[in-house]
Design a protein around this ligand. Structure first.
Ligand code: AMP
Length: 208
């Protein structure tokens, strides 16, 4: 299966992508994760990526499109994938569609994790708080290190929310027109959200 997860920052895409990948033996691909890895290299590309991420802005479409295209050619993606954080723009969605068509492939489903702005702000602020507590040396927080992100600062959160909100709606329409879209209520706990996703995926898997 080839799947896409859409949703604003904090909607739970990463969590659900991992669960889906595990249950359906797919490879989860997070573009945010790929870019954070690239930024760690601290080469010219990495430093420029970091600048965009620090501001909560999207990196240019061409960069991410070529990163994703080469990732999709790797062996572990042969059995299918779940994309988390890509596409983020209409241009990216069109490039993905064209690329898959060129490989005689198509997407099987797109999930939009629908979560209210209030809940999202609350969740992202919590991730940001964990970060500042960690700075104060709270060892309990240490365990959650991987969840802590530099772009979860209040001013960056607002920028990420604004940019992503404007861009997500056209994507939702794009996939609705193609009959691929499933809107999932993302307000409840991760297990319940996963259950709703499963209700779509289990029958789909049987069909394939
Ligand atoms: P995420 O972990 O998905 O919230 O992504 C973190 C940051 O990585 C975003 O704020 C962007 O700066 C960048 N990013 C991730 N995915 C994309 C994408 N598809 N297009 C452009 N920038 C992206």
């Amino acid at each position: 299966m080839r799947l896409v997860l859409l949703g604003l920052p904090g909607a739970g895409k990463g969590t659900q992508a991992k669960r889906i990948a595990e249950k359906y033996h797919l490879t989860a691909i997070s573009t945010g994760e790929m870019l954070r890895e690239a930024a760690k290299e601290k080469d010219t590309f990495g430093l420029r990526v970091q600048e965009y991420m620090n501001k909560g802005e999207l990196v240019p479409d061409e960069w991410i499109n070529s990163l994703v295209k080469s990732r999709l050619q790797e062996k572990d993606v042969e059995n299918g994938f779940v994309l988390d954080g890509y596409p983020r723009t209409l241009q990216q969605a069109k490039v993905l569609e064209a690329y898959l068509q060129s490989q005689n492939q198509n997407l099987d489903a797109v999930f939009f994790l629908d979560v209210s702005q209030d809940t999202l702000r609350h969740r992202l602020a919590q991730r940001g708080n964990l970060r500042s507590k960690e700075k104060q040396g709270n060892s309990q927080i240490e365990a959650k290190r991987e969840k802590i992100r530099l772009d979860d600062k209040p001013e960056v959160i607002e920028n990420r929310m604004r940019i992503n909100k404007e861009l997500t709606q056209p994507l939702v329409h794009f996939y609705k027109k193609r009959n691929l879209l499933h809107i999932i209520n993302g307000e409840s706990n991760p297990a319940q959200v996963f259950e709703s996703i499963n209700e779509v995926l289990s029958p789909l898997k049987r069909e394939l």
